[in-house]
Design a protein around this ligand. Structure first.
Ligand SMILES: NC(=O)c1ccc[n+]([C@@H]2O[C@H](COP(=O)([O-])OP(=O)(O)OC[C@H]3O[C@@H](n4cnc5c(N)ncnc54)[C@H](O)[C@@H]3O)[C@@H](O)[C@H]2O)c1
Ligand SMILES: [Zn+2]
Length: 351
């Protein structure tokens, strides 16, 4: 069991280890007195882990209530959130009670948002069960839901009081869902730490520690996403376009994998990225079974990206690798995005 301390507007620990889910109760006692806890989970995760978590909380003196919703991104909306908030109110959860988010990023984002707004904010703990949630969404305090107009368009910054990450939970993930996390781990490798790519298959706990360590540093530096936190968008600008163009049939991590190839390919053409980097990234992604190419045109990719919320004025900030382990933020004229995407496609991103 290892702890990584996050120093944001709130200070909290990310506890990482194998088989530690049944310690969540006693770990939570370190951040709050015994109280009522509402465990929020989706139906698929609840079947697998709710019992363990409930017993652990009860053993540590908490009184447990449960809110379970249907699994999947489609549930991440205002209507589920409203239902969740009504449930908390009907059960008279008070400001000294807490929420425990047990599940992947959908659960964490939504339960975190409920914690941010219920009674103007109560404490919550994150119990991530997907690889992606462990290394990305459970740390950093971004919470929210999707609107019809787009993903994550309503939300709040609300830091958890604790994150407990049991790496054994990943054993029950399908390969495809695990791979969504792998793409984000490769993102951290390309941003800061090449060795991560070798650890994914050999030491998953160390992979989580390193990825969370990088996210911790970024969040400590720019919690509210006005500067350096943008580095975490590597592969995401064009990746989001790919997700949308596929009507979300290509899942987030898979789209980000292709997005990283495009960012690196475009960067090579512009002379920002060292030659050979894109080929290396392609090899790494292919080695895990992640996609590296898509069938969309540069014009399609650019036009969808420019409709996105990340745009500011006439420029868009792209994260471009210099080499694996180091990236740069590049302000790019919106008029040049299509040309950039087209260069990326030439480097192997087109199928
Ligand atoms: N807040 C942030 O900073 C941040 C960062 C990245 C992504 N996100 C959000 O995270 C979401 C994606 O997260 P996700 O991929 O974890 O999705 P998810 O929560 O939908 O989980 C994916 C699927 O895996 C199932 N599942 C979860 N854990 C399991 C386990 N241990 N065993 C078997 N099945 C399990 C779930 O029931 C679900 O069907 C998106 O909504 C995205 O916007 C947020
Ligand atoms: Zn992502």
């Amino acid at each position: 069991m290892e702890r990584i301390r996050v120093n944001a507007s709130a200070v909290y620990d990310v506890v990482i280890g194998s088989g530690i889910l049944d310690k969540c109760g006693e770990l939570t006692r370190e951040v709050t007195a015994p109280c009522r806890v509402c465990i929020i989970s989706d139906d698929a995760v609840a079947k697998l882990y709710l019992d363990t978590v409930k017993k652990s909380f009860e053993k540590s003196g908490f009184e447990v209530i449960e809110y379970v919703f249907k699994n999947g991104e489609a549930s991440k909306n205002i209507s589920t959130l409203t239902d969740m908030l009504e449930f908390l109110a009907e059960n008279h959860l008070t400001r000294s009670d807490i929420i425990a988010a047990l599940g992947g990023g959908v659960t964490g984002d939504m339960a975190g948002f409920a914690a941010a707004v219920y009674l103007r904010g109560i404490k919550f703990v994150q119990l991530p069960t997907t690889f992606l949630a462990a290394i990305d969404s459970s740390v950093g305090g971004k919470t929210g839901v999707n609107l019809n107009a787009g993903k994550n368009l309503a939300g709040a910054f609300h830091q958890p009081s604790l994150v407990v990450c049991d790496t054994d939970c990943f054993k029950t993930l399908t390969r495809e869902i695990f791979l969504d996390g792998v793409a984000e781990a490769v993102k951290y490798a390309v941003l800061k730490d090449k060795e991560i790519t070798k650890l994914i298959d050999t030491d998953i706990a160390e992979t989580v520690r390193r990825c969370v360590g990088i996210k911790r540093d970024v969040v400590a530096d720019d919690e509210f996403d006005t500067g350096s936190r943008q580095f975490l968008n590597l592969g995401h600008t064009l990746g989001h376009s790919i997700e949308k163009l596929s009507s979300f049939k290509i899942t987030h991590g898979h789209a980000v994998a292709i997005g990283m190839v495009l960012a690196s390919g475009g960067g090579e053409k512009e002379g920002i990225t060292e030659k050979g980097t894109t080929a290396e990234i392609i090899d790494i992604l292919k080695g895990f079974g992640l996609p590296v190419s898509c069938s969309y045109s540069a014009a399609e990719l650019a036009s969808v990206a420019l409709g996105d919320k990340k745009r500011s004025g006439n420029t868009i900030t792209l994260v471009i690798p210099e080499r694996i382990g180091s990236c740069k933020l590049c302000k790019t004229d919106v008029a040049k995005l299509e040309e950039f995407a087209s260069a990326g496609l030439e480097y192997g991103g087109q199928s």
